[in-house]
Design a protein around this ligand. Structure first.
Ligand SMILES: Cc1cc2nc3c(=O)[nH]c(=O)nc-3n(C[C@H](O)[C@H](O)[C@H](O)COP(=O)(O)O)c2cc1C
Length: 367
């Protein structure tokens, strides 16, 4: 496996825009999938979907990327986070491969993690990504989001992820979040996700999810703006259970329909010489892939307990560290209603098809 293997979707030495314009770089075959009968489909926020597997916000840069992921058997497809106006990506490097052994736990994160030149095999795949929530222009998105909606097969659903841009007035951030969500809806989005947890922007912008008042205020404002279009709140790992409970209660009270987590885990990234791998101005960045799976599974288990105990009507979307087909089941067993992968599918695009293959063998064996 290396970055240029026929199956890698993203080329890390190219810019975000080059990847968007020239990618996805997939050269593998597209085996035919035998989908389950409609009676076995699932309800996802009012939409019938053929499976509970999705791609989280990030890897799918535009309608062409959505089209490929839809063919690759992912049934919940999240359009990379957009803003109300064009916003540049951080310069290269945007993605760096990481050395990883085992799983992190939230209370004992290592002080740093070291980069490496090539991706590790899927069971240990780890990367950091640092884009800074870039966005295409409204003009581009008005054309591309409807295209993305049109490339779906029956039994698939598109989610559009949105983010607010702060301005001079403290209220600007809130209003811009609502404006972007409205814009996504105008472009045809039927499900909207609000990114309350990006670790690659300022602390204030990136940690809304663990402030219950902010979760309530922002989620309520967005719900008021988009009406009956379902809202998902994207969260990160919580510092403690009490905080998670308050934030989930706030999300439900504000009218959000689902929560999704976890986002990447912010850490110091160094190169083998011990220097900041992304440069001096980006010493920390979000880690994703295999090493965050335990943190993500803990998030799902704890969120499931809170949702059940408090009887919250929140759908639970789990993900973080899904790099092998069997990892989806770990999330379902932990209590996720739906399971999403990001880094895993970029270096193994067959992740969902291999999961479906196992499921259809199991179905046939039971006939
Ligand atoms: C290349 C890349 C870009 C990402 N961009 C976004 C983004 O725009 N918005 C967002 O909410 N999360 C973003 N994420 C975070 C993922 O949605 C996900 O929460 C995180 O990567 C953990 O899942 P994983 O371990 O399966 O990658 C991105 C992840 C990757 C790998």
């Amino acid at each position: 496996v290396d970055n240029f293997s026929p199956s890698a979707l993203y080329q890390i030495d190219k810019s975000y825009l080059e990847n968007a314009e020239e990618g996805p770089f997939f050269k593998g075959e597209l085996p035919r999938r035998s989908p389950p009968s409609q009676s076995e489909w699932h309800d996802f926020l009012g939409f019938r979907v053929a499976s509970r597997l999705g791609v989280a916000a990030g890897p799918l840069l535009n309608a062409r990327w959505i089209a490929l992921a839809a063919q690759l058997g992912f049934d919940l497809l999240c359009y990379k986070t957009i803003r109300s106006r064009a916003h540049p990506s951080h310069p290269l490097p945007n993605i760096v491969f990481l050395e990883s052994d085992g799983q992190f736990s939230q209370d004992e994160l290592p002080t740093s993690i070291t980069s490496c030149a090539h991706p590790l095999p899927p069971e240990r795949l780890a990367i950091t990504n640092s884009f800074g929530n870039p966005s295409r222009s409204p003009h581009y998105l008005r054309r591309d989001i409807p295209l993305a909606q049109n490339v779906l097969y029956p039994g698939q659903a598109l989610i559009v992820s949105v983010f607010g841009t702060p301005g001079n007035d403290p209220k600007d951030f809130l209003e811009d979040f609502a404006k972007t969500a409205c814009f996504a809806k105008e472009c045809g989005a039927k499900i909207i996700e609000a990114n309350f947890s990006c670790p690659n922007v300022s602390q204030h912008e990136g940690s809304l999810y663990c402030n219950p008042e902010a979760v309530y205020t922002f989620a309520l404002r967005i719900v008021q703006a988009i009406g009956d279009t379902p809202l998902i709140i994207k969260m990160g790992a919580f510092p403690h259970l009490g905080c998670m409970k308050e934030c989930l209660l706030a999300a439900a009270r504000a009218g959000a329909r689902a929560i999704a987590g976890i986002n990447t885990v912010s850490m110091n990234i160094i190169n083998p010489q011990g220097e900041p791998a992304l440069g001096d101005d980006r010493k920390t960045s979000g880690v994703c892939g295999a090493p965050i799976r335990k943190i993500a599974l803990d998030f799902v288990q704890e969120a499931r307990d809170i949702i059940n105990r408090e009887k919250l009507s929140l759908t639970l979307c789990g993900g973080g560290g899904i790099t092998l087909p069997e990892h989806f089941d770990l999330f379902f067993e932990a209590g996720a209603d739906f399971a999403f992968t990001a880094a895993g599918m970029m270096w193994d695009p067959y992740l969902a098809l291999n999961y479906h293959l196992r499921e259809s063998y199991a179905r046939t064996a039971h006939l």
